[in-house]
Design a protein around this ligand. Structure first.
Ligand SMILES: C[S@@+](CC[C@H](N)C(=O)[O-])C[C@H]1O[C@@H](n2cnc3c(N)ncnc32)[C@H](O)[C@@H]1O
Length: 200
Protein backbone atom coordinates (compact mmCIF):
# COMPACT_ATOMS: atom_id res chain seq x y z
CA UNK A 1 0.00 0.00 0.00
CA UNK A 2 1.48 3.36 -0.87
CA UNK A 3 0.98 6.14 1.69
CA UNK A 4 -1.03 9.18 0.63
CA UNK A 5 0.31 11.16 3.55
CA UNK A 6 3.06 13.14 1.91
CA UNK A 7 5.19 14.86 4.50
CA UNK A 8 6.62 17.13 1.79
CA UNK A 9 3.09 18.53 1.39
CA UNK A 10 2.29 18.62 5.11
CA UNK A 11 5.63 20.19 6.09
CA UNK A 12 4.70 23.91 5.80
CA UNK A 13 1.77 23.52 8.23
CA UNK A 14 3.00 20.62 10.38
CA UNK A 15 4.17 22.64 13.40
CA UNK A 16 1.02 24.79 13.38
CA UNK A 17 -1.25 21.73 13.23
CA UNK A 18 0.63 20.18 16.16
CA UNK A 19 0.80 23.38 18.24
CA UNK A 20 -2.02 22.70 20.72
CA UNK A 21 -1.15 19.02 21.22
CA UNK A 22 2.48 20.01 21.82
CA UNK A 23 1.56 22.60 24.44
CA UNK A 24 -1.02 20.38 26.14
CA UNK A 25 1.05 17.26 26.62
CA UNK A 26 3.50 16.17 23.94
CA UNK A 27 6.22 18.53 25.12
CA UNK A 28 6.21 16.95 28.57
CA UNK A 29 6.49 13.43 27.07
CA UNK A 30 9.25 14.48 24.70
CA UNK A 31 11.21 15.81 27.66
CA UNK A 32 10.62 12.56 29.52
CA UNK A 33 11.81 10.45 26.57
CA UNK A 34 14.92 12.49 25.80
CA UNK A 35 15.92 12.56 29.47
CA UNK A 36 16.39 8.76 29.16
CA UNK A 37 19.05 9.11 26.44
CA UNK A 38 22.27 7.62 27.82
CA UNK A 39 24.41 7.44 24.69
CA UNK A 40 26.66 10.13 23.26
CA UNK A 41 26.15 9.34 19.56
CA UNK A 42 22.41 9.43 18.92
CA UNK A 43 20.26 8.82 15.82
CA UNK A 44 16.80 10.32 15.69
CA UNK A 45 14.74 8.56 13.02
CA UNK A 46 12.05 10.74 11.36
CA UNK A 47 13.35 13.83 13.11
CA UNK A 48 10.96 16.05 11.11
CA UNK A 49 11.04 19.68 12.16
CA UNK A 50 13.12 18.89 15.26
CA UNK A 51 10.53 19.05 18.04
CA UNK A 52 12.74 16.97 20.38
CA UNK A 53 15.93 18.94 19.83
CA UNK A 54 15.50 21.42 22.72
CA UNK A 55 15.49 18.54 25.20
CA UNK A 56 18.86 16.94 24.35
CA UNK A 57 21.84 17.56 26.55
CA UNK A 58 24.53 19.65 24.88
CA UNK A 59 27.10 16.82 24.94
CA UNK A 60 24.99 14.58 22.69
CA UNK A 61 26.22 14.11 19.11
CA UNK A 62 22.84 14.10 17.36
CA UNK A 63 22.18 12.79 13.84
CA UNK A 64 18.77 13.46 12.34
CA UNK A 65 17.34 11.13 9.69
CA UNK A 66 14.26 11.87 7.63
CA UNK A 67 12.98 10.96 4.18
CA UNK A 68 11.30 14.35 3.69
CA UNK A 69 13.56 17.24 2.72
CA UNK A 70 10.63 19.62 3.19
CA UNK A 71 10.10 18.54 6.82
CA UNK A 72 13.82 19.06 7.44
CA UNK A 73 13.68 22.46 5.74
CA UNK A 74 11.08 23.61 8.29
CA UNK A 75 13.54 22.98 11.11
CA UNK A 76 14.58 26.27 12.74
CA UNK A 77 18.23 27.24 12.11
CA UNK A 78 18.99 27.20 15.82
CA UNK A 79 18.08 23.48 15.88
CA UNK A 80 19.92 22.67 12.64
CA UNK A 81 23.09 24.09 14.15
CA UNK A 82 22.87 21.60 17.00
CA UNK A 83 22.92 18.58 14.66
CA UNK A 84 26.17 16.68 14.04
CA UNK A 85 24.71 15.22 10.86
CA UNK A 86 21.62 15.06 8.68
CA UNK A 87 20.76 11.87 6.83
CA UNK A 88 18.17 12.17 4.08
CA UNK A 89 17.00 8.61 3.62
CA UNK A 90 14.20 6.21 4.25
CA UNK A 91 14.63 4.57 7.65
CA UNK A 92 14.11 1.08 6.24
CA UNK A 93 17.60 1.33 4.67
CA UNK A 94 19.75 3.49 6.92
CA UNK A 95 22.99 4.35 5.08
CA UNK A 96 25.18 3.88 8.16
CA UNK A 97 27.48 1.00 9.20
CA UNK A 98 26.49 -1.53 11.88
CA UNK A 99 26.83 -0.55 15.57
CA UNK A 100 27.63 3.12 14.78
CA UNK A 101 25.23 4.68 17.30
CA UNK A 102 24.87 4.40 21.07
CA UNK A 103 21.17 5.26 20.94
CA UNK A 104 18.47 5.35 18.26
CA UNK A 105 15.01 6.78 18.86
CA UNK A 106 11.82 7.89 17.19
CA UNK A 107 8.78 9.90 18.16
CA UNK A 108 5.45 9.59 16.33
CA UNK A 109 6.99 7.90 13.30
CA UNK A 110 5.81 4.27 13.43
CA UNK A 111 2.14 5.26 12.98
CA UNK A 112 2.53 5.71 9.25
CA UNK A 113 5.62 3.78 8.20
CA UNK A 114 5.14 1.49 5.23
CA UNK A 115 7.73 -1.01 6.49
CA UNK A 116 7.74 -0.69 10.29
CA UNK A 117 9.39 -4.07 10.88
CA UNK A 118 12.26 -3.19 8.50
CA UNK A 119 12.74 0.15 10.26
CA UNK A 120 12.88 -1.57 13.68
CA UNK A 121 15.48 -4.01 12.31
CA UNK A 122 17.55 -1.17 10.89
CA UNK A 123 17.46 0.71 14.20
CA UNK A 124 18.76 -2.40 15.96
CA UNK A 125 21.46 -2.90 13.32
CA UNK A 126 22.93 0.59 13.64
CA UNK A 127 23.04 0.58 17.46
CA UNK A 128 26.00 -1.05 19.21
CA UNK A 129 25.49 -4.00 21.58
CA UNK A 130 24.54 -2.57 24.96
CA UNK A 131 23.15 0.56 23.35
CA UNK A 132 19.54 1.68 23.63
CA UNK A 133 16.40 2.18 21.55
CA UNK A 134 13.75 4.65 22.66
CA UNK A 135 10.26 5.18 21.28
CA UNK A 136 7.44 7.59 21.97
CA UNK A 137 4.44 6.65 19.86
CA UNK A 138 0.68 6.76 20.04
CA UNK A 139 -1.22 3.51 20.37
CA UNK A 140 -4.58 2.01 21.29
CA UNK A 141 -6.28 3.83 24.22
CA UNK A 142 -7.23 1.91 27.41
CA UNK A 143 -10.79 3.26 27.46
CA UNK A 144 -13.01 0.86 25.41
CA UNK A 145 -15.11 3.68 23.93
CA UNK A 146 -12.02 5.60 22.83
CA UNK A 147 -10.49 2.38 21.53
CA UNK A 148 -13.54 1.70 19.36
CA UNK A 149 -13.51 5.29 18.09
CA UNK A 150 -9.83 5.04 17.16
CA UNK A 151 -10.47 1.78 15.32
CA UNK A 152 -13.37 3.39 13.46
CA UNK A 153 -11.22 6.39 12.55
CA UNK A 154 -8.58 4.06 11.14
CA UNK A 155 -11.13 2.75 8.64
CA UNK A 156 -10.76 6.15 7.00
CA UNK A 157 -7.19 7.15 7.80
CA UNK A 158 -5.51 3.86 6.84
CA UNK A 159 -6.79 3.66 3.24
CA UNK A 160 -6.61 7.43 2.82
CA UNK A 161 -3.25 8.27 4.34
CA UNK A 162 -1.76 5.08 5.77
CA UNK A 163 -2.15 6.47 9.31
CA UNK A 164 -2.58 3.84 12.05
CA UNK A 165 -3.76 5.39 15.32
CA UNK A 166 -3.65 2.10 17.23
CA UNK A 167 -0.37 0.61 16.02
CA UNK A 168 1.81 -0.75 18.79
CA UNK A 169 5.52 -0.18 18.16
CA UNK A 170 6.41 -3.06 20.51
CA UNK A 171 5.09 -5.63 18.05
CA UNK A 172 7.79 -4.65 15.54
CA UNK A 173 10.54 -5.27 18.09
CA UNK A 174 9.39 -8.81 18.86
CA UNK A 175 12.02 -11.42 18.06
CA UNK A 176 14.77 -8.84 17.54
CA UNK A 177 17.86 -8.88 19.80
CA UNK A 178 16.53 -6.36 22.30
CA UNK A 179 15.48 -6.44 25.95
CA UNK A 180 12.76 -4.13 27.25
CA UNK A 181 14.03 -2.08 30.18
CA UNK A 182 11.29 0.50 30.69
CA UNK A 183 7.71 1.24 29.67
CA UNK A 184 5.26 4.02 30.50
CA UNK A 185 1.77 4.91 29.24
CA UNK A 186 -0.15 8.15 29.53
CA UNK A 187 -3.32 7.98 31.67
CA UNK A 188 -5.51 7.44 28.61
CA UNK A 189 -3.05 4.83 27.34
CA UNK A 190 -2.71 6.68 24.05
CA UNK A 191 0.93 7.62 24.52
CA UNK A 192 3.47 4.83 24.89
CA UNK A 193 7.08 5.43 25.89
CA UNK A 194 9.27 2.37 25.68
CA UNK A 195 13.00 1.74 26.08
CA UNK A 196 15.01 -1.31 24.99
CA UNK A 197 18.60 -2.40 25.44
CA UNK A 198 20.23 -3.87 22.33
CA UNK A 199 21.55 -7.33 23.20
CA UNK A 200 22.92 -8.67 19.90
C1 LIG B 1 4.48 12.56 12.25
S1 LIG B 1 6.06 13.14 11.78
C2 LIG B 1 6.93 13.18 13.35
C3 LIG B 1 8.11 14.12 13.31
C4 LIG B 1 8.92 14.16 14.62
N1 LIG B 1 9.49 12.89 14.94
C5 LIG B 1 8.06 14.64 15.77
O1 LIG B 1 7.98 13.96 16.80
O2 LIG B 1 7.48 15.75 15.65
C6 LIG B 1 6.77 11.71 11.01
C7 LIG B 1 8.14 12.00 10.40
O3 LIG B 1 8.69 10.77 9.93
C8 LIG B 1 9.22 10.96 8.62
N2 LIG B 1 9.14 9.69 7.91
C9 LIG B 1 8.03 9.03 7.49
N3 LIG B 1 8.37 7.89 6.88
C10 LIG B 1 9.73 7.81 6.95
C11 LIG B 1 10.68 6.85 6.50
N4 LIG B 1 10.30 5.73 5.90
N5 LIG B 1 11.98 7.12 6.71
C12 LIG B 1 12.38 8.25 7.34
N6 LIG B 1 11.53 9.19 7.79
C13 LIG B 1 10.22 8.97 7.59
C14 LIG B 1 8.34 12.04 8.00
O4 LIG B 1 8.97 12.68 6.93
C15 LIG B 1 8.10 12.95 9.21
O5 LIG B 1 9.10 13.92 9.33
Amino acid sequence: MSPLIDFDLVAPVYDRVMYIAEKCCLKEWRRKLISRVKGKRVLEVGIGTGANIPFYSSDVELYGLDSSRKMLSQMPDKYLQLLSGIIISSADEIPVKDDFFDTALSTFVFCNLEKPRDVAKEMVRVVRPGGQLLFLEHTSPCNPILKTSFKALEKITVPLMHEYFTRDVRQFLEGLPVRKVHEERSKSGILLLVEYEVVK
